[in-house]
Design a protein around this ligand. Structure first.
Ligand code: FAD
Ligand code: UDP
Length: 462
C-alpha cells in the first residue's frame, strides 16, 4: 500500500474531524456506517438537502470503500486498491450527480481474453466469433450460426450456464465463459444466477467496447479526489471517523444505545450476528507487481479464459490514464463548469456553482489532487519505462476477509429474505449498498440506490 497516500487521506479526514467538533460535541442526527459510494452519497444528500448533521464512519483508513485508489510511490501510477474500477452509466440522474464532484476522462474500456494461447477481443462480438470459427460471417450469418449452437438452451434460462449457452451457443460458452466462471466463482455455472452473465453484451458487429452505456470515463484526478470533493462540499455538517468499527467502537456503542437513525452499509448478516447463517461471498487475492517494462500487455485488462493460469485477469493500470503521459500542470479545478452545486434536487446542467473553497489556492489543490505531477514534474511520464500490474485471483470468502462479490445462490437468497424481514422491522436502521443489500451493484447502481433511498427517507425527515 502506498503509505504516503493513505496518510494524506487520513490526515485530511482528521483535519475534517477537527473542524467539525460541533458535530461530535452534540449528537449527530444521522450515523452512516461505511464511507463507500452509498455512504458518501447519503451523507451528501442528508447534509445538503435535509440540513442534517451526519457522522460517517468507516473501519478502513480511507474514504471510498472498494472504489478507492492510490498513487504508486515508485511510478506515480494510480492503482485501484480493490480491483479495477471503471465508471459507466446510462442513468442521466447519476451522471449529472457525479459530475458535480469530478470531471471524467474520455476513457473507453476494452478487454481482451487469452484462450489456448490465442488472444480474442471481448465482449463476444463478430470479431471474436469469426476469429474463433476461422470464418468471415456477416452479422446475419453469425446470428444463424449462434442460434443453431444455442438450440439446446431452455427458453427461460434458470442459471448462468443455461443463460450463457442461450446467448452465445455451446462452443463459445465452453471456450470463454465456462472455465473463467469456474475459476472466478468456485461454484458451478449451473448454481449461479443468470443475471451475472447478462451484464456482458453480445454484439453482431465489430464494436468491442466492453460497456453498452451512454457515459463512461475515469475521474480525472483519481478516485480519492472525487470522494474528497464530496466531503469538502459538506463542510462542517459532516464528521468523518476512519478506522472506526461500528461493532466495537465504544463511542459508536453509545450512539447505538441512543437509537440514532443509522444508515448501515456493512454486511446485513453480520449486523444480525449471522443468526440465519452466513451469506456467501467471493473474495479476491490481488497481487501487485512493479515491472521494469513500459508496456506489459498492451491493454488495460487481459482475461485468462482457461483453467490455467489460475488468475482470472491481469490489470495494467497505466492504460487507464494515457492522457497523463502528456499532462502538464494545469488547474482543471478552476473550470467552474466541473463542480456543480449539489444542494438542489434537480441536477441542472447549467448550474455552475463551484464546490471548492475559494480560499484554497489552485496550486495547493493541484498538488494534492494530481499526485503524478510532483514538484512541477510529470512523475508519471518520467517513469514511463515502468508499469504496475495486478494479477487477480478469486477465492472463497471466509469471515474476516474482504467480501467482494455476492455469490447469490438460491440458499443465499432464502437467508437474505430472512435478514431483510428483520431489517424492515427496524425503526431506526436502514440497510444500503452492496453489502447491506447483498447486491452485485456497479458504482452507478450504488449511487442510484442511495439517491432513491434518500428520496424515500427525506419526506420523513423534513
Ligand atoms: P463499499 O464500497 O464496499 O463500501 C462499504 C464500506 O463499509 C467499506 O468501506 C467498509 O470498510 C465499510 N464497513 C463495512 N462494515 C463496517 C463496520 N462494521 N464499521 C465501519 N465500516 C464498515 N463498479 C463499477 O461501476 N465499475 C467497475 O469497474 C467495478 N469494478 C469492481 C471490481 C471489484 C473487484 C468489485 C468488488 C466491485 C466493482 N464494482 C465496480 C462495484 C463497486 O465496487 C460498488 O458498486 C461500490 O463499491 C459499492 O459501494 P458501497 O458503498 O455499497 O460498498
Ligand atoms: N465472464 C466470463 N468470461 C470473461 C468475462 C466474464 O465468463 O472473460 C463472466 C463471469 O461469470 C463474470 C461475468 O461474466 O462473473 C461478468 O463479467 P464482468 O467482467 O462484468 O465481471 P466483473 O468485472 O464484475 O468481475
Amino acid at each position: 500500500m502506498n503509505k504516503d497516500n493513505s496518510k494524506n487521506t487520513s490526515v485530511r479526514s482528521n483535519n475534517q474531524a477537527s473542524t467539525m467538533n460541533n458535530v461530535a460535541a452534540s449528537q449527530p442526527d444521522v450515523l452512516i456506517v461505511g464511507a463507500g459510494l452509498f455512504g458518501l452519497t447519503m451523507a451528501e444528500r442528508l447534509v445538503h438537502n435535509s440540513g442534517k448533521k451526519v457522522l460517517l464512519i468507516d473501519k478502513r483508513n480511507h474514504l471510498g470503500g472498494n472504489c478507492y485508489s492510490e498513487f504508486d510511490a515508485e511510478t506515480g501510477i494510480e492503482c485501484h486498491k480493490y480491483g479495477a474500477h471503471l465508471f459507466h452509466t446510462s442513468d442521466e440522474r447519476v451522471w449529472q450527480y457525479v459530475n458535480r464532484f469530478t470531471k471524467f476522462t474520455n476513457y473507453v474500456h476494452k478487454v481482451y481474453t487469452t484462450h489456448n494461447d490465442e488472444v480474442f477481443p471481448l465482449p463476444i462480438n463478430l470479431s471474436t466469433i469469426n476469429q474463433f470459427f476461422h470464418a468471415a460471417y456477416t452479422p446475419d450469418e453469425a446470428k444463424v450460426k449462434i442460434a443453431e449452437q444455442a438450440a439446446s438452451a431452455p427458453a427461460e434460462p434458470q442459471n448462468l450456464a443455461e443463460q450463457g449457452i442461450s446467448l452465445i451457443g455451446q462452443p463459445l460458452f465452453d471456450a470463454f465463459i465456462k472455465n473463467y466462471t469456474t475459476k472466478q466463482w468456485q461454484t458451478p455455472a449451473e448454481e449461479l444466477s443468470p443475471d451475472i452473465i447478462k451484464r456482458l453484451p453480445v454484439r453482431y458487429n465489430y464494436d468491442n467496447r466492453y460497456f453498452n452505456n451512454k457515459y463512461e470515463g475515469l475521474p480525472v484526478d483519481g478516485y480519492a479526489a472525487w470522494f474528497d470533493n464530496i466531503v469538502k462540499s459538506c463542510q462542517s455538517s459532516l464528521e468523518i471517523r476512519l478506522e472506526t468499527d461500528y461493532f466495537t467502537d465504544p463511542a459508536i456503542q453509545k450512539l447505538r444505545a441512543a437509537k440514532i437513525l443509522t444508515i448501515f452499509t456493512g454486511p446485513i448478516d453480520q449486523f444480525y450476528q449471522y443468526q440465519f447463517g452466513e451469506l456467501k461471498w467471493r473474495s479476491l487475492d490481488l497481487q501487485k507487481e512493479v515491472l521494469d517494462v513500459s508496456d506489459f500487455q498492451g491493454c488495460p485488462v487481459m482475461n485468462y479464459a482457461d483453467l490455467e493460469p489460475k488468475y482470472t485477469r491481469i490489470h495494467e493500470f497505466k492504460h487507464f490514464h494515457p492522457e497523463r503521459q502528456n499532462s502538464q500542470p494545469s488547474n482543471n479545478l478552476d473550470d467552474s463548469n466541473n463542480y456543480k452545486d449539489a444542494r438542489s434536487d434537480d441536477y441542472n446542467e447549467n448550474d455552475n456553482t463551484n464546490h471548492h473553497n475559494s480560499a484554497e489556492t489552485s496550486s495547493n489543490l493541484m498538488s494534492s489532487r494530481q499526485p503524478w505531477l510532483r514538484d512541477g514534474r510529470n512523475y508519471y511520464a518520467e517513469n514511463s519505462g515502468k508499469s504496475v500490474i495486478v494479477r487477480e485471483y478469486s477465492k472463497t470468502w471466509h469471515r474476516g476477509e474482504e467480501p467482494y462479490y455476492p455469490v447469490n445462490t438460491a440458499d443465499d437468497r432464502e437467508k437474505l429474505a430472512q435478514y431483510q424481514a428483520l431489517g424492515r422491522a427496524e425503526a431506526n436502521v436502514i440497510f444500503g449498498g452492496r453489502l447491506g443489500e447483498y447486491a452485485y451493484y456497479d458504482m452507478d447502481k450504488t449511487i442510484a440506490s442511495a439517491l432513491a433511498c434518500y428520496d424515500s427517507l427525506k419526506t420523513k425527515l423534513n
